[in-house]
Design a protein around this ligand. Structure first.
Ligand SMILES: NC(=O)C1=CN([C@@H]2O[C@H](COP(=O)(O)OP(=O)(O)OC[C@H]3O[C@@H](n4cnc5c(N)ncnc54)[C@H](O)[C@@H]3O)[C@@H](O)[C@H]2O)[C@@H](O)CC1
Ligand SMILES: Nc1ncnc2c1ncn2[C@@H]1O[C@H](COP(=O)(O)OP(=O)(O)O)[C@@H](O)[C@H]1O
Ligand SMILES: [K+]
Length: 461
């Protein structure tokens, strides 16, 4: 998978910074660099609009003083308001570099632009209610607002809101993304996210999901080489048909629907095999060419569904487990290397006791089950048992409609058949699903995503 911008926890960020300092990088120099990068972004977005910079007591506040000084040198009418005294050596030096007046946060008048440099990764508890209210008021009076590194009041590692947090036009992440930039609810408080490079070395474990690079079929390809997918049907035919159609439009060579419902078709290109009995299902699965099997959408939850799931597990094909399969299965039964696509409810049932952020929980679930986990939602997190994580951002909230999960599951199975690489397939499928939703616009239904898939794929070739 194409590695995107790294995501670091506050502790990882501190050790990455410390590694730079140990290598001889000057502590204050890094703050100057961060402040300069942020000031350049604010200047490009806001020009000469009058600006109020709020500076907190730590290094986030230090960044604020650097930003204020640099914007003023460009001719911007800048005022600074502080919350407390600067408590770190770099922030004191940054404050000493600001020779304009310093107002108090409690009494400062609003401005057209607001820069929030109160707290970043060092926030340890919610803002005092009066401070949070003041931040919200000043933000509401501004037409443009910028959060430096993070909106003050969000928990950097989990994305939780620790106090009232305004909505920002732009958040300028410094050096790397933090979980709160991508995880809800914090992610919903930022309209645009920009990550400024300040020379922090990239971690290789957690990244923002990036657009994939896909390959078109070559002259030697044929339908089996491109990947044969089986979608196991159950009591609710529609879900399996949706999934099969998504798999068929994923770039895979061939899709078979192993139907429990007679021979209803979704698209003529999909081969529907009659697999109403468990024996018939076994026969259909007895094919070494199967590159991916999807089970779960519309499977049902009764004894027959359980028997069908067990039949699938016995064959040992590369597996995608979704929906009812996630409700029926126990963690110990999940084969290594399978892909799981739980939404919040399914995840909680399977992995109820896992602590930490959504990223932490997805990573622990992958480790515990040996599977690739796509923990779905507005902030889908993809985790592998070896610790790799990719977080999808900016997906259309119109996806919260019935059947879109079936489409995703079919896409995952299709990309698995094409790539034979579960983590990569999961990332590609989540990206294509999100892009198809963007293309489908508003008020779409799951079926509309299918029509948008070929264009989403074409855009990544
Ligand atoms: N290490 C460095 O030199 C660099 C740090 N950078 C900036 O530094 C930030 C992290 O700086 P810090 O670690 O100093 O942390 P912050 O500036 O985020 O704030 C920490 C300070 O606020 C206090 N505090 C925490 N929660 C509070 C609350 N609810 N109410 C009142 N006080 C509270 C803490 O006791 C501490 O004094 C990053 O987000 C980034 O903006 C960047 O300048 C890059 C370079
Ligand atoms: N509010 C939201 N914003 C963005 N994406 C969402 C939102 N809600 C759900 N999704 C996405 O839509 C899909 C829904 O899947 P799922 O919950 O399994 O629905 P269903 O079972 O009806 O198909 C998932 O890919 C999920 O990530
Ligand atoms: K901030």
């Amino acid at each position: 998978m194409n590695a995107g911008t790294p995501i670091l926890t506050a502790a990882q960020m501190r050790s990455a910074e410390q590694a730079l300092f140990d290598a001889g990088v000057d502590d204050y120099g890094l703050m100057e660099q961060a402040g300069a990068a942020a000031a350049a972004i604010i200047w490009r977005a806001g020009g000469l609009r009058d600006t109020l910079v709020l500076c907190g007591p730590g290094n986030n506040g230090g960044d604020g003083f650097v930003i204020a000084r640099l914007l003023r040198t460009r001719g911007v009418a800048v005022r600074v308001a502080v919350l407390g005294e600067s408590g770190t050596s770099s922030s004191r030096r940054a404050r000493a570099g600001w020779d304009g007046p310093v107002e108090q946060l409690a009494t400062a008048a609003p401005a057209t632009q607001l820069v929030d440099a109160l707290f970043g990764t060092g926030l340890s508890r919610g803002l005092d209610p009066a401070v949070a209210a003041r931040l919200c008021d000043l933000s509401a009076s501004a037409s443009h607002s910028y959060a430096i590194d993070l909106p003050s009041g969000v928990d950097s590692d989990s994305g939780a809101l620790l106090s009232a947090v305004p909505h920002f036009s732009i958040c300028i992440a410094l050096g790397a993304l933090k979980p709160a930039h991508l995880l809800y609810p914090a992610a919903g408080h930022v309209r645009r996210l920009i990550c400024a490079d300040i020379g922090i070395p990239a971690s290789d474990l957690a990244h923002q999901l990036m657009p994939p690079r896909l390959a078109a079929p070559g002259p030697d390809d044929h339908k089996y080489r491109r990947g044969l997918v089986a979608v196991v049907g159950g009591t609710m035919a529609g879900a399996g048909i949706l999934a099969a159609q998504a798999a068929a439009r994923s770039g895979a060579g061939m899709v078979r629907r192993l139907a429990a419902d007679g021979l209803r078709h979704g698209a003529d290109a999909i081969v529907t095999q009659d697999a109403q009995t468990v024996d018939a299902l076994h026969d259909s699965l007895d094919d070494a060419r199967l590159a991916a099997v999807l089970v779960g959408p519309g499977l049902g939850r009764d004894a027959t569904a359980r028997a069908r799931l067990e039949a699938v597990l016995r064959h040992g094909h590369p597996l995608v487990l979704d929906a009812d399969a996630l409700t029926l299965i126990d963690v110990e039964q999940i084969p290594d290397g399978a892909i799981l696509t739980p939404h919040e409810g399914e995840f909680t049932r399977l992995f109820s006791d896992l602590p930490g952020s959504k990223i932490d929980r997805a990573r622990s679930a992958a480790e515990r089950s040996g599977a690739i986990v796509i923990y779905k939602g507005a902030d889908s997190v993809i985790a592998a048992p070896d610790g790799r994580v990719a977080v999808a951002s900016g997906s259309s909230h119109w996806l919260s409609t019935a059947g879109t999960g079936d489409v995703l599951a079919g896409l995952v199975a299709g990309r698995l058949a094409v790539t034979r690489d579960a983590f990569r397939a999961a990332g590609e499928a989540v990206w294509l699903h999100g892009d198809a939703a963007r293309r489908a616009g508003a008020a779409f239904i799951a079926d509309d995503l299918l029509a948008a898939l070929p264009a989403a794929i074409a855009a990544r070739l």
